[in-house]
Design a binder for this molecule. Structure first.
Ligand code: PHE
Length: 441
């Protein structure tokens, strides 16, 4: 079977950015940052993104590009059999993430439908919270939306790499940026908004603690789609001539830009409307309708926002499903169609438990966490950092020769940053991740 390739370098960058930018930046980033006190947490997040994040992004993509294989195959290619285990864990991680990701993806569809119907445009916080709570705690209704989201994801993956994934990523990113900019202007000019902006941007170092370090690292891995083989899989569809490092930097830059812009869109409004910043997973969904209710054309912007949020989630969920699908296709030669359908059904089933854990199953907890929280914690804070350790070790020790050769352009000179990055990958990055894991566990 001929391996799929991206249509162009730009197509690759946008697809990878499409994977990175999603619910992580727009749903998870604001509520986790707000929960941990704002500015100081943001600073930690940025520090991690621009050290670990960018190196792992380059390492993952290049390993994938050189090996031209799914994560399992790529680990095996460079490291031999035992390393393949890291690839298997990555595929499992992708499976688990998509199981709960699709539940939140379903929430975006619900809010899209509600926006079209009208009726959520109010700044009454009690009412907005009640709409949110009664939806997510309902035993059945969120499941329909979860099913719909999973079905759409599977159908995009079925259309294949270029026609499906690349096409939807291309057109909508610019629109998302624009819309967020408009909404920031509205949010920042609400009375009382300044306090929220300061909360988000001014670090208060007295709030720092070890647990926050782990949360910030987990959030960075999750938001950048790192540590579970997603960027490796996307890298494996890049042709040999394309240079990776600059593309990787673009993807990280775009994602961080969206995170910060989203923070500026959400937190000022949270303070202006007197919502508790530690509200939790409902933050984006509860506060945005209030913002729309205070702007001209609010109904229109509301539909546009939830539509773009849905699409952003979709381009990410597609990348998660692609990792799982690509694995079964590469390793067992199975057809795309069958794999995608069976996996979607299984992930839907696991997601049912995640969805119920917001409602009927909320009392059942393990280590003080609901099933949803457990999945989220396990994947973002443990499995993805573990993958980060493995991929930096692989790139630094096993794949460094081939990476250096690939970095050498026709002029024959290896970029000056490579030796530093090589040693960062070999020793510093794995140790750093390990230390953060140990400190906070
Ligand atoms: N980065 C995606 C988001 O922020 C989630 C994701 C994680 C996608 C891991 C792929 C792999 O929504």
């Amino acid at each position: 079977m001929v391996r799929a390739v991206w249509g162009s370098r730009l197509g690759f960058i946008l697809a990878a950015a499409g994977s990175a930018i999603g619910l992580g930046a727009i749903w998870k980033f604001p509520y986790v940052t707000a929960k941990h006190g704002g500015g100081a947490f943001l600073l930690l997040f940025l520090l991690i993104v621009f050290t670990l994040g960018i190196s792992i992004m380059i390492a993952e993509m290049m390993v994938g590009q050189i090996a031209q294989k799914s994560p399992v195959g790529a680990y095996r290619h460079f490291g031999g059999r035992p390393w393949a285990l890291a690839g298997y864990i990555g595929v499992l991680c992708g499976f688990l993430i998509l199981s709960f990701y699709s539940v939140i993806g379903g929430w975006t569809i619900f809010y899209l439908v509600k926006s079209v119907e009208g009726g959520i445009l109010t700044s009454d916080m009690l009412q907005l919270r009640q709409i949110f709570e009664s939806f997510i705690t309902h035993p059945v209704e969120p499941l329909w939306y979860h099913a719909a989201f999973m079905a759409v994801t599977a159908s995009v993956v079925l259309a294949g790499v270029q026609k499906g994934i690349e096409r939807i990523s291309k057109s909508l990113l610019a629109l998302l940026f624009l819309l967020i900019l408009v909404l920031i202007v509205r949010s920042l000019t609400l009375p009382g908004a300044l306090e929220g902006a300061l909360y988000f941007l001014m670090p208060d170092f007295s709030k720092l603690n070890a647990q926050m370090l782990l949360e910030a690292m987990g959030l960075a891995f999750f938001s950048l789609s790192l540590g579970m083989g997603c960027m490796m899989t996307y890298g494996s569809y890049v042709s040999n001539e394309t240079s990776i490092p600059r593309s990787a930097a673009c993807v990280v830059g775009l994602t961080v830009a969206i995170c910060i812009l989203v923070g500026l869109m959400i937190l000022p409004a949270v303070f202006a409307f007197g919502l508790n910043p530690a509200e939790g997973p409902g933050l984006t969904f509860i506060i945005m309708p209030a913002v729309f209710s205070h702007m001209g054309g609010g109904a229109f912007f509301s539909v546009l926002f939830f539509f773009l949020l849905f699409v952003a989630a979709l381009t990410s969920s597609v990348s998660l499903m692609e990792v799982v699908t690509c694995f079964f296709m590469d390793e067992f030669g199975l057809p795309r169609l069958g794999v995608a359908i069976v996996m979607a059904a299984l992930m839907f089933a696991v997601g049912i438990a995640a969805s119920l854990s917001f409602g009927a199953w909320r009392p059942y907890t393990l280590f003080g966490r609901s099933f949803f929280d457990l999945l989220d914690y396990l994947t973002s804070n443990l499995m993805m950092p573990f993958g980060g350790i493995m991929v930096t070790l692989l790139a630094g020790w096993k794949a460094c020769g081939e990476i250096a050769a690939r970095l050498k352009p026709e002029s024959g000179i290896i970029p000056r940053w490579w030796p530093a990055m090589k040693w960062f990958c070999r020793i510093i990055a794995p140790l750093l991740i390990l230390l953060i894991l140990i400190r906070s566990l």
